[in-house]
Design a protein. Structure first.
Length: 354
């Protein structure tokens, strides 16, 4: 299977590309490296430096690499930022996403795995949250993803675009080579790791007055390896004519304080914690009902114990104290990666257009 992975230099996209290659698929990674890392792209993948909103580039690489299936990860993803700058989320996650779907339809690509989020549910009315739970996002990030999900439904009806929507809960952990490296970092486990590594740092706990047993938010953590496996199963299901929406989660919830305690046990040292105010847009509890994914795609969360997640994240962090070391070398990184993208752009410019 020839697969295009947009945002494949990012955290989840890179691990999914790694898993696709391990299962003997051919992978093309398209990433503009605004938040991704060239070092996160698996050596077996064909890397193209560019944006999924570049129509000519996408048309040409779909043709050149005979793309059959797309995994679409490229998006704005920071919940807190979406509350203060929603424009970027609707432009990138919805407007540019629709233009990208037009490229797929016009190019004859009919299979799409979409990276969505549990944020589409908002404050849950019951836990665990199943796929038929009412949607009601409380942040612009979740709303932008839900809007695109609805667009996918209409494109399926009108143009035959098959899609599988995967609503992530909290992807975490690391593989042997690939881990989580964002700047700025907003996710719980890597923030704890950063505080553990730096003796002068402290972890800010965003609120302890939620309606939960210990007052802190409860989340469902799923290992990124298990997330990647769900994507591979989804791609295979698309080829067999399936479409649908599925949650990806372990089915278990842990509070922020429970994650801190587990982290301290794994690393063998206490973490300095300061309680701060709540972040905007954070629901109190998000725990997945994953029966549908298990029943229909045969998926199992094999690596998603909290201990395993934290242990693998810590192991990766110890080997990558500065992450992918790309924050200070963005210009060098971008320059080193442009050749393939420029080559395709030049080929597209030289091609006749109808």
């Amino acid at each position: 299977m020839n697969v295009l992975v947009t945002g494949g230099a990012g955290y989840i996209g890179s691990v999914c590309a790694e898993r696709l290659l391990a299962t003997r698929n051919k992978v093309v990674v398209l990433d503009n490296l605004s938040t991704g890392h060239l070092d996160a792209v698996s050596p077996g993948a064909q890397f193209v430096h560019g944006d999924f909103a570049d129509r000519a580039l996408c048309v040409e690489l779909i043709r050149r690499f005979t793309i059959e299936t797309v995994m679409h990860f490229a998006a704005e993803t920071l919940v807190e930022k979406s509350m203060t700058d929603p424009r970027a989320y609707f432009q990138n996650n919805v407007k540019k996403g629709i233009d990208f779907l037009d490229v797929l339809v016009d190019s004859g690509v009919r299979n799409l795995v979409f990276s969505s989020t549990a944020a589409v549910y908002g404050e849950p009315k019951q836990v665990p949250i199943t796929e038929d739970h009412p949607t009601g996002p409380i942040n612009a990030y979740g709303d932008s993803k839900l809007m695109f999900e609805k667009v996918l439904g209409w494109y399926g009806r009108a143009y035959g675009l098959r899609s599988i929507v995967l609503r992530y809960f909290n992807a975490a952990g690391a593989t042997q080579l690939l881990g989580e490296d964002h700047w700025p970092e907003s996710h719980l486990i890597p923030r704890l790791l950063n505080a553990a590594i730096d003796p002068n740092s402290e972890f800010v706990l965003y609120g302890e007055d939620y309606a939960t047993p210990d007052g802190t938010c409860i989340r469902d953590y799923v290992h990124v390896r298990d997330v990647a496996e769900a994507h591979v199963l989804a791609a295979e299901a698309l080829r067999n004519g399936m479409s649908g929406t599925f949650n990806i989660g372990s089915g278990k919830g842990f509070s922020v304080k429970e994650v801190i305690s587990t982290m301290e046990q794994v690393i063998g040292q206490p973490i300095r914690v300061r309680v701060g105010p709540r972040r905007g847009g954070d629901p109190a509890i998000l725990v997945a009902g994953n029966d549908k994914l298990s029943r229909e795609l045969g998926w199992r969360p094999l690596s998603s114990s909290l201990q395993e997640i934290v242990k693998t994240a810590w192991t990766w962090k110890q080997a990558h104290l500065n992450g992918y070391e790309s924050h200070d070398n963005a210009e060098t990184q971008g320059a080193a990666s442009r050749s393939q993208g420029d080559e395709i752009r030049h080929a597209a410019a030289a091609s006749p257009r109808g």
